[in-house]
Write a protein that binds this ligand. Structure first.
Ligand code: 5RP
Length: 258
C-alpha cells in the first residue's frame, strides 16, 4: 500500500490496537441544523480531545473548527439531496480531491445506497473518488447508507459492505446488526459502525461493545455522543469500550453516569 495512504489511515485507526473512535458531525449535509449541532463550535470543541478523528463537511471544517487543533479530518464529500426528499440516494461527489488535499484531510467519505434506484451512481462515484484519492494517497471511507425500505440485517449489510470494499474503499462504515460477525468476516478492510438515532447511553455503549467484540475497528458515532446529556462523559465512555476493553456496563457506571 502507498506510504501516504497508509500513513493517513494510521492517523484514523490507531496502530497500537487497530481501533478507532471517530466522531461524526456531518449530519447537516442533508439534515440541516441537526439537534445538538446548532452551535457546532461550542458543542464539539470539548469533545475533540477524546476523538481519534472528526467526520464533517468542508463548510463546518472551515468555519467552526480551529485550524490549530491536531485532529485527523474525515471529509464528507458526497451530497446533493435533503431530508425533504423521499429518496436520499441521489448523491454525487460535492468536493474535489484537490480541495480535500488543500484542507489537509486524512480521508474522504462518500455514501453508497445498495438496492436503491441510484445504486449504480453511488458505486461509480465511489470508484471515481477512490481513483482520485489514490493519486494523492487519500483513503476513502464508504458509508453504506440504508434506505427506509431496506432491512438492516447481516445479509443486506454484508452485501453492501463487501461491494464497498471490492470497489476499493479503505474503510467501510455500516450499521450494527445481529450476526455482525458475518459482515466483518466477509469484508477485507476495517469496518466501523454508526451509532444511529439517539438511544439510551447504556444501549449505545452496548452497541459499541458488541461491534468491537464482533471484530469492528470501532465506531463512527455522532448523535449518541453529541445529543447525550453529558457528551464529554459519553465520548470518554465510548473510548473506554473501544480502546480499553471495558464492558458497556462498566463504562456506563464508572464514566458515563459519573
Ligand atoms: C450520515 C452519516 C453520519 O455520519 C452517521 O449516520 C453517523 O452518525 P450517527 O452515529 O449519528 O448515526 O454518515 O450519512
Amino acid at each position: 500500500m502507498d506510504y501516504g495512504l497508509k500513513n493517513r489511515l494510521s492517523r484514523i485507526i490507531k496502530p497500537n490496537d487497530n481501533r478507532t473512535v471517530m466522531l461524526a458531525i456531518d449530519h447537516g449535509y442533508f439534515m440541516g441544523p441537526t439537534s445538538g449541532l446548532e452551535d457546532v463550535k461550542n458543542s464539539i470543541t470539548p469533545l475533540l480531545p477524546y476523538a481519534d478523528s472528526l467526520m464533517l463537511t468542508r463548510g463546518i471544517l472551515r468555519n467552526q473548527i480551529d485550524a490549530g487543533i491536531d485532529i485527523p479530518i474525515v471529509l464528507r464529500v458526497s451530497g446533493g439531496t435533503s431530508i425533504l426528499k423521499d429518496d436520499l440516494s441521489d448523491e454525487d461527489i460535492t468536493v474535489s480531491m484537490e480541495e480535500a488535499v488543500r484542507l489537509n484531510v486524512s480521508a474522504v467519505a462518500l455514501s453508497i445506497f445498495i438496492g436503491s434506484k441510484n445504486e449504480k451512481q453511488g458505486i461509480i462515484n465511489l470508484a471515481r473518488l477512490i481513483d482520485e484519492g489514490n493519486k494523492f494517497g487519500i483513503p476513502v471511507l464508504a458509508v453504506t447508507a440504508v434506505g427506509r425500505e431496506m432491512a438492516r440485517d447481516a445479509r443486506y449489510l454484508s452485501l453492501a459492505v463487501r461491494i464497498a470494499a471490492e470497489t476499493g474503499a479503505s474503510i467501510v462504515k455500516t450499521y450494527y446488526c445481529e450476526d455482525f460477525e458475518k459482515v466483518i468476516n466477509t469484508c477485507p478492510v476495517p469496518v466501523v459502525v454508526a451509532g444511529g438515532k439517539k438511544t439510551a447511553e447504556r444501549d449505545a455503549l452496548e452497541l459499541a461493545y458488541n461491534a468491537v467484540r464482533s471484530g469492528a475497528a470501532g465506531v463512527d458515532m455522532g448523535r449518541n455522543i453529541f445529543q447525550s446529556e453529558k457528551p464529554v462523559n459519553m465520548i470518554k465512555a465510548v473510548r473506554a469500550v473501544v480502546h480499553e476493553g471495558l464492558t458497556a456496563e462498566e463504562a456506563y457506571n464508572t464514566i458515563c453516569n459519573k
